[in-house]
Design a protein around this ligand. Sequence first.
Ligand SMILES: [Zn+2]
Length: 354
Amino acid sequence: MTPGVLARRVASNAMRLLPVTAYARVIRSEPIGLCYHVVSDRPVPHVSRLYPFKTVAQFRADLLWLKAHFRFVSCAELMEARDAGRPLGPNRVFLSFDDGYAECFSVVRPMLLELGIPCTFFLTTDVIGNGQALAFNQVALCVEAMRTMDGGRVRAILQEMGAAAGRPLADAEAVSAWIRPALRNPDSPAYATLARLVELAGVDVEAFLGTQPYLTAEQVKEMAREGFAFGGHSRLHWHLGSIDGAGRVEHEIVESCRVAAELSGASRVPFAFPYDGFGLDRGLLADVLRRHPFIGPVFGTGGVAREADVLHRMIVDHPPRRPGVPSTLPGVFRDAYLSEALRRLGGARAEPPG
Ligand SMILES: [Zn+2]
């Protein structure tokens, strides 16, 4: 065991003895940001192959645990406090959902209304209304389709995708793991490969869109009337740090926020980076925010890390590994604070992918 691993283990065990609010006070992140994508009791084939997510009961357990230990802060409260240069106070939590899946309306919204919990939804605005599908959702559907395909057809797909990748790809998951990072860049030749993959896998994107997998404009408006906040999350979930050209980056931010503001009726809306903020020039970001004062604050996915102009959030979709564990959040919070404490001690970089 290296000294680093040993130190981490000792610190982790020590932190386990503390109540969650104690270490929230030690490393202050105001507020603590949480980011979910989807909650469902039913299979969500366009997401299940990308990452696991919580059931309704597991999400409820998270909310009840949060209610017992923290105070939820709404987007408006957060903006007000920042404008006034006033701290929010300890133990505040900011709840958010990214990407704009239909379950935000059908599953998440009723529970939040029942429990009186504020939430901000970051929209990938070009898919509102189900006119087109996000690239990674199409990949997930292809992986799903390949599960039930005969061996010969799967081998043919793997061969063609392997030729495009320039290396052998052993199975559908390997195709997904190769193509998804490439699709973060809108200019990538992987987009042509994705179109071919969809064709080979026999995925009917139109039929998929017919199931209304994303929020509609009407649903967004209804939720806004109910008090929920909305923000921009780019138009089609491209990685801002991978887009060539400052003007195009600006367009992704401004256009998605413009649509979120228009649909929700808000005069100011926040923005959340698709994936993460790595590689995005912070000078460019500051310039965009200065010229478009209706945008802000900006959110990242760096856990409890602190950055001057970006509020970070922890991604908390992952369900409990063991049955009977009511909420994953106590463990997630402890690990995030531990990582941040060690990062500060060791000077490492923050921000995992999101
Ligand atoms: Zn996202």
